[in-house]
Write a protein of this length. Structure first.
Length: 231
């Protein structure tokens, strides 16, 4: 009886001698092939568990710190604008400012020449005013981003100003041809400001901002600092 039970539970293995070979060929039964596959998947699963645990840990960390992370990214973006504005104030940059505007229409399509000529003519009449206006706007946006001040208004101005930089001195990122590598930085800045507006609309007031402190004393401040906020 014991032998019959062992025969039923023991995997069936056929040993055959293939013609021309003296080495036995082992033919595994379906039950044993399944067992081998299962053991292999178990070993693979044990190796994958640390990776899955690390991924889960990172996901949880991002979810727990989303408020802090969005503030950090806003501040970093503000530092980028501060650097841009500081570059504009370097000695000698004012002398080359007009050349940036004048060179923008080079190799551009004929139907865009009027746009570039318009800006070249109005900036040439008072180059210093336009030069310092650009630097002031960039430094102002940097302040608003770093300290979270007038965020809704600053983001809106940032979108329009970034598109202006992209369409005039950057020449819409063109001219486009076989040697083109990107579409310019101004349009990317505009997209970042749009994403910041979306974050403001979905997440609401940021406690790491001057706006948050001002709103606690003057709730009506939300009208110019927050998206879809009640007075």
């Amino acid at each position: 009886m014991q032998n019959d039970a062992d025969a039923r539970t023991r995997p069936h293995v056929n040993v055959a001698i293939e013609e021309g070979f003296s080495r036995p060929i082992i033919q595994y039964s379906c039950w044993e092939r399944y067992s081998l596959k299962e053991s292999g998947e178990s070993r693979l699963g044990s190796k994958a568990r640390p990776i899955t645990a690390l991924q889960s840990s990172l996901d949880n960390w991002f979810a727990r710190n989303v408020d802090t992370l969005k503030t950090v990214m806003r501040v970093i973006f503000g530092i980028v604008w501060a650097i841009d504005g500081a570059f504009k104030l370097q000695p000698g940059f004012a002398d080359t400012f007009q050349s940036f505007i004048s060179s923008a229409p080079s190799n551009q399509p004929a139907w865009l020449q009027g746009w570039f000529s318009f800006w070249a003519s109005i900036t040439s009449s008072n180059t210093t005013l336009f030069f310092y206006s650009v630097a002031t706007i960039e430094l102002g946006l940097a302040f608003c981003l770093i300290f979270g001040f007038l965020r809704k208004l600053a983001y809106t101005i940032g979108i329009l100003f970034s598109l202006l930089l992209w369409s005039v001195p950057e020449g819409f990122g063109g001219p486009y041809g076989p040697s083109s590598t990107d579409i310019g930085t101004g349009i990317i800045y505009a997209f970042v400001f749009i994403f910041l507006l979306i974050i403001n609309a979905t997440k609401g007031p940021s406690k790491y901002s001057l706006d948050y402190l001002i709103e606690k004393k003057w709730p009506s401040w939300k009208r110019i600092a927050e998206i879809r906020s009640s007075p």
